[in-house]
Design a protein around this ligand. Structure first.
Ligand SMILES: *[C@@H]1O[C@H](CO)[C@@H](O)[C@H](O)[C@H]1NC(C)=O
Ligand SMILES: *[C@@H]1O[C@H](CO)[C@@H](O)[C@H](O)[C@H]1NC(C)=O
Ligand SMILES: *[C@@H]1O[C@H](CO)[C@@H](O)[C@H](O)[C@H]1NC(C)=O
Ligand SMILES: *[C@@H]1O[C@H](CO)[C@@H](O)[C@H](O)[C@H]1NC(C)=O
Length: 918
């Protein structure tokens, strides 16, 4: 059978092979491959764990929302002024981009009654659909914005005057510029006063369109044909100016990114394909052919796959184009998931702009071919291509041939491009694999900034937002990727709809249904030690020895950069040795005998392992201690042997530096206090006191400590590690270094003095990286639960079976009699035979019964024996029950079996038996 791997097909470079098998065969083959690899990928696939996790309540993020207003999903940053424009439901805001909590202007744009009633008449919901969702906000010039809203499924556009922040009130038709449906995918970009949109042109959303609206020309659009656009979900559009190519007279190009249903692959369902499409800015449509249609529309496939696992990420969710002055360095970043969303993997793929350009300027065309009757498929076009390359933008060469605009293009070329918009050559990602693969997240948005680190190298910092309100920040260097941190941007677990990045304000802006959040691009000040600062491998951050703080390098004048410590390898040996924590500085903990004590140790890094030492040797779980909340040590029922010094060590492996870094994070001297009469109460009292102390200390320090409840699972991202022990840290000595930025309430209160430990030589505790542990936690506990249930069920059925077989004594027999007694008369002829066959077995010979139940086919008895020997009897075979039970009538009929016996399925189960068992 022809094995046709979808992954092969979707990643193939040139040879489009038409599978020789029938469609359905291939469909199933593909499905098989997919199911196989879904399993493989979800268990063995690569994934990255964020090194640090920041919870929303620990960060001082700036947020904006107004009561009663939702869907803050359209954001526009002003380049020149201090403005962030926000399009929400029925309102447009102007916020300060330095601080989004500052609202400078607001205008409402509601829908009048007539359109609302028309909308509801058409079956749309008044509360959800028949409102005005602002979806287009584009700057026309410094004074005006072009604004469009869905306007109760009758999209309208208007100009927003920025001087007085008012709409002109003379709205124009928004069809083809803005979607009708507020929940439909959609993208726009404004280029030189012309609005390019990828949306749909009708109420039903069934007519996809890529259009250009300009005040001076009529709407230019795509042909309405599935070979042009086939149920696309638009995600992004942007312009690439051809400034550097001015000599060749190349036109600027507008790129559209979307996922659509493939026409070129056959599949048993709809197979989605991520695409990049392109049009030329100067396109005016054709003279006769393709009138008022794009003459330059071409599209190609984007590939984002893991070749070694044959796994394909075939849905693109967002694109960011990292533009460089030299377009050779321009990189396109995209976030992808698989159409089979339950795999829970997201990927970031990066593409060179030049590869995209090559695909369009040199790629081979595909064409629709009719094979076998009326069935069509897409294959490579091998015929003659018209001399003017179809879909090419007008350049100087063409102008020399008197083709000055698309109106002069020959009909032949236009007819060709009309029929062949799809290119065969795919756009392959840099390195032929994803830059980043993350498990258990759905990325929705991406933004990228190119940062020069102190080592002089340039790093791409990739910010990805998830559907749970989390931001991931990862650093790409030479093909390696490192997930620096995850940030809980939104209070609640909801999707981030828009993500913008401003290098000027060094901020990210995230729009969601409930509001707008502004976050700094780096949290350097939160790394409290040089090691943490360096191990973070954040190109924005470096350790300032002078100030003993982790600083944002942009805050430090360039001449002083030499004094900063940064290692993009994470080589923390560059950090200065500081005097170690002396034993006399250990925190004294006096415990009453018999009570329990919790020694906190807060580790910021999810990649670090925590190890506890007592009296200089490593503790293991076996020594009666317990690690709680990932890192704190719990000593039960403290006795005099438990006295001594306890140290918390973190060991972090820096893969790029190929070194382990060990640090002493906390030291305690535990001693016994006065015994008390009721040790049980003491445990309670100590615990409560500890927490109350913690709370009051917080309050005294004026920290906003109102919601420090740990993240609920609904809010918590899967890899979020919420230390349970935080509150007790308060008993630690106050922070010694006043120059540090005041840490948030849950960050380590005591600044662990740096210490260089002896290399761990004792037994290494089995602690896993907390995040890794957390990631596995769900799986393993579910697996345990599942196993337990399985065994329980097996036990029950074994019990039931044995009772049924009368292997168990009286009580069981009585129950059995009660259960079976009433069905005496229900006998069915087909079960007589099996009864007869089994009658011979002696009733008392239970043991022999187990060994050799019947004279039936030996295969069957072996099967049965195997089943019984293991005790995992789940399907009591019908015949055996009859051996001694003729008193109770014929129980062989399936509907009479008390223990889910189904003789019909038995014959399938034992299909290899010589004769039917029943
Ligand atoms: C708008 O926001 C509301 C409230 O969060 C949400 O239920 C709804 O799905 C959103 N609608 C769209 C179109 O995003
Ligand atoms: C990702 O999205 C899919 C589809 O919406 C959903 O089924 C899945 O649970 C999500 N996974 C995670 C980890 O959020
Ligand atoms: C630590 O050493 C002290 C003194 O040598 C001893 O009394 C105590 O039992 C030791 N504690 C542990 C936990 O080993
Ligand atoms: C680094 O530490 C980890 C955990 O303690 C250990 O498993 C690993 O072998 C160490 N690696 C090296 C190279 O020392």
């Amino acid at each position: 059978m022809y094995q046709y791997s979808l992954a092969d097909a979707m990643t193939d470079k040139g040879n489009f092979t038409v599978p020789k098998t029938s469609e359905s065969n291939m469909g199933f083959g593909v499905l098989g491959v997919f199911l196989g690899l879904l399993l493989e990928v979800s268990t063995h696939g690569p994934h990255t764990v964020p090194r640090t996790s920041w919870r929303h309540q620990d960060l001082d993020l700036m947020e904006f929302s107004e009561p009663g207003i939702f869907n803050y999903s359209t954001l526009l940053l002003s380049e020149k002024s201090d403005a962030l424009y926000v399009g929400a439901r029925e309102a447009i805001f102007q916020l300060s981009k330095k601080n989004v909590t500052v609202r400078n202007n607001k205008v409402q744009w509601k829908v009048a009654e007539t359109p609302v009633s028309m909308c509801t008449l058409k079956g749309k919901s008044k509360e959800k659909d028949c409102l005005n969702y602002i979806r287009v906000l584009q700057a026309v010039n410094d004074e005006r914005l072009y604004v469009c809203g869905t306007h109760a499924f009758q999209p309208l556009c208007d100009y927003l005057n920025l001087t007085d922040f008012s709409l002109t009130g003379r709205p124009e038709d928004g069809r083809g510029k803005c979607s009708f449906d507020p929940s439909q995918s959609f993208t726009t970009v404004m280029v030189d006063g012309e609005l390019y949109s990828g949306t749909s042109y009708n109420f039903l959303g069934s007519e996809p369109i890529i259009s250009r609206y300009s005040p001076s020309h009529s709407l230019l659009r795509t042909e309405y044909s599935t070979s042009w656009l086939n149920e696309p979900s638009f995600v992004y559009a942007d312009v690439i100016k051809e400034g550097h190519n001015a000599a060749s007279g190349e036109d600027d190009k507008i790129y559209f990114f979307f996922t659509e249903v493939s026409v070129e692959y056959e599949f048993f369902g709809k197979l989605l394909i991520p695409r990049v499409a392109r049009v030329c800015k100067g396109d005016l449509g054709g003279q006769r052919t393709l009138q008022k249609k794009w003459t330059s529309f071409l599209k190609a496939k984007l590939v984002c796959s893991m070749p070694e696992l044959n796994f394909v990420f075939n849905v693109v969710h967002d694109i960011f184009i990292l533009k460089e002055s030299d377009s050779k360095d321009t990189v396109i970043y995209g976030v992808f998931t698989s159409q089979w969303g339950n795999v829970g993997l997201s990927a970031v793929c990066a593409y060179k702009m030049t590869d995209v350009e090559d695909a369009f300027s040199r790629g081979k065309y595909m064409q629709k071919a009719t094979v076998e009757h009326a069935h069509t498929k897409w294959v490579r076009y091998n015929g003659i291509i018209p001399t003017q390359r179809p879909g090419a933008c007008i350049n100087n060469e063409m102008r020399h041939q008197n083709i000055n605009s698309s109106l002069n293009l020959p009909d032949k070329t236009l007819q060709f491009v009309k029929d062949h918009p799809l290119l065969e050559d795919p756009v392959l990602p840099i390195g032929n694999r994803p830059r980043l693969i993350t498990r258990d997240v759905n990325y929705t948005q991406i933004a990228v900034e190119r940062v020069r680190a102190l080592d002089g190298n340039v790093y791409d910092v990739v910010f990805t937002a998830t559907d749970k309100g989390i931001l991931h920040k990862s650093v790409v260097s030479e093909g390696n990727v490192h997930l620096v941190e995850e940030v809980q941007l939104l209070k609640t677990s909801e999707s981030i709809k828009t993500l913008l990045l401003s290098s000027e304000t060094r901020s990210l802006y995230a729009g969601s249904d409930s509001g707008v959040v502004q976050s700094p691009t780096a949290f350097c000040g939160r790394y409290l030690s040089c090691e943490d600062c360096v191990l973070a491998r954040d190109p924005y951050c470096a350790w300032s020895h002078r100030n003993a703080t982790c600083v944002n390098t942009l805050d430090v004048p360039r001449p002083q950069h030499g004094t900063l410590i940064q290692s993009m390898n994470g080589d923390a040996d560059k950090c200065p040795r500081v005097p170690g924590l002396a034993v006399k500085d250990y925190q004294q903990v006096t415990v009453k005998p018999g009570s329990s004590v919790e020694l906190p140790c807060l580790v910021q890094s999810n990649l670090a392992q925590v190890m506890w030492k007592s009296n200089g040797s490593f503790l293991t779980e076996a020594s009666g201690f317990h690690l709680i909340g990932d890192s704190s040590l719990l000593i039960y029922s403290v006795a005099s042997v438990d006295q001594g010094n306890y140290e918390c060590w973190s060991v972090e492996w820096a893969p790029a530096a190929k070194k382990n870094f060990s640090r002493l994070l906390a030291g305690y001297a535990v001693s016994l206090g006065l015994p008390t009469r009721a040790p049980d109460q003491v445990v309670q009292v100590t615990a409560t006191l500890g927490r109350e102390d913690a709370a009051s200390t917080h309050a005294a320090e004026g920290n906003d400590n109102t919601d420090r409840a740990p993240l609920t699972p609904a809010i918590a991202p899967p890899s979020y590690t919420a230390p349970a022990s935080v509150s007790i840290l308060l008993t630690s000595p106050p922070q010694t270094d006043p120059s540090l930025t005041p840490p948030p309430s849950s960050t380590i209160r005591f600044h662990p003095k740096q210490h260089h430990p002896p290399s761990p030589n004792g037994p290494i505790s089995e602690t896993k990286a907390p995040a890794a542990e957390y990631l596995q936690h769900n799986n393993s506990s579910i697996a345990l639960l599942f196993l337990f249930l399985l065994f329980f069920l097996l036990f029950l059925s074994a019990l039931a079976y044995n009772c049924y077989m009368q292997y168990l004594p009286a009580p069981c027999m009585r129950m059995r009699a009660a259960l079976l007694g009433s069905h005496k008369s229900a006998s069915q002829p087909e079960y007589r035979a099996c009864e007869a066959g089994l009658m011979e077995a002696p009733a008392a010979d239970k043991i022999i019964m187990t060994e050799a139940p019947t004279q039936n086919g030996s295969q069957t008895s072996q099967n049965l024996r195997a089943l019984r020997d293991t005790g995992y009897e789940t399907e009591p075979e019908c015949g055996n029950g009859r051996v001694t039970s003729h008193n109770y009538g014929d129980n062989c009929a399936p509907q009479e079996k008390p223990f889910d016996v189904d003789c019909d399925s038995q014959s399938i189960q034992f299909a290899d038996a010589d004769e039917p068992y029943c």
